[in-house]
Design a protein around this ligand. Sequence first.
Ligand SMILES: Cc1ncc(C[n+]2csc(CCOP(=O)(O)OP(=O)(O)O)c2C)c(N)n1
Length: 513
Amino acid sequence: MTTQIFSTACAGNVMTTIPMPVTEDAASQDSEGIAPATRAAFALLETLVARGLEWVVVCPGARSQALALAAATLEREGALRVVVAIDERSGAFTALGLGIETGRPTAIITTSGTAVANLHPAILESHHAGVPLIVLTADRPEELRGIASNQTTAQSGIFGASVRWHSDVPAPIEGAEAAAEAIAHGNHAWSAAMGGAPAVPVRRGPVHLNLAYREPLSSSHRPTPVVPAGHASSSEPKADMLPVSTELSRGPRTLVIAGADAGAAAEQLAHEGGWPLVAEVSSGSRFGRNLVPHYRAALADEELVAGIERIVVFGHPTLGRQIPALIAQSHDVHTIVVRSGGEDFNPGKRVSQFVDQLVVGDGDLDPEWLSSWLRVGNEALQHYEAELSATTPAARAPRLAEGRSQNTEDRRDFANAELAAVRTPLTRELLVDGVWRATWPHDRLVWGASRLIRVADRVVSGKKISVVANRGLAGIDGTISTATGIALASGALTRVVVGDLTFLHDVGGLWHE
Ligand SMILES: Cc1ncc(C[n+]2csc(CCOP(=O)(O)OP(=O)(O)O)c2C)c(N)n1
């Protein structure tokens, strides 16, 4: 096979600016010399900035140039931060990561055609994981659709039920009207991405504005801002939009389960209720005194499981079969799921109640119930540690005193132990344990959907650290790009733990400007 690649990059002429031809057509500009596309693009982005937009991912293209140029201008003015991504699939995952870290929508701008379809994986993840995202795709105007125009396909509604809201916005024609419509669309898009109006935070997700533009596709003047900066800037839900809290009395023997993105709320509820906590490594709640170590052993203990009267689930459990099976097979157990993401977790359709938020009410603590779970978990932990130090010398700290001893036998033991350690293969268990231990609470730890996350779930101890894993659909795509978004928004040291396929799948995510 012979492949010849001709590229400006190959010629040492690496492209550093986005080629965005500006087609001027004075006849279509208004009295200020501003194209309707530019006026509408500024009005839309200024509206989003006023609502709290901080980050925009811009993917190069001609049809979307009014949006890209407006974003660049707003960045120069200090109102926005722009990330350029060549590959829309990677860019959309970066936008997802920015949204995960900030809890607010990030906008992604693309041109028409296949660029739009490349957003679909991240949109699905955003839908299932409940991450706010605003997708702005440029399109041809109506008269150029359905006639095999260049780079034109059916983009309206392309993401189906995965988006919270979508609108096919006709090409702006007249300046003032274009701006007014763009403001309305911007406000609606922001609200829908944040969970609707009134906002239900757990219903956050992606929205899609498919924006038609006619030539001239942009003009160079900056229109006077139509939305004053800071207007309606709060993205905090108002009091009447806050989720409804459901109170749980302490009485029933309760097990708290934390799946992906459960967050600290699961630990807090377990702590206040005095209940055992089973927390996956992707949950962000794998810490605290109520955490059941090596929870798989406890879930396999029939006596413990038979004692459960109530199960409370936070987040999306995905790392094993035990949790879905426990819920699907439970009879006479009141199962409550705290809503998160695009679909309600409902194994075997056995869940009794879906709620927005939980608080602990009255009732006595049941210390025996908690300690029975901790006992089984701790026994499993001790068993694992004994087995590890017997089979994996590299897991044991070196006995340095032996190495410095005057006694030759001690020194020989030390040398033998070190030799055994270097002969031990570097296992997944050692790797995930090392990374987990090396992570500070202010770092970020991103897990890919490789086997490593399941190994970590099996072996790592409790620790309060910020973890991220795309478990909405558990794809191996976009992991590096998601982590890039997390790192950009947090400014924190961000580690990504992936297998080789997951790394290679998103190797393009290593590039960003
Ligand atoms: C986009 C996508 N394609 C395929 C899969 C199915 N899949 C899940 S894990 C996996 C292999 C991951 O390999 P690697 O990252 O090398 O880690 P390993 O599990 O082999 O240790 C694949 C192909 C997926 N989850 N997502």
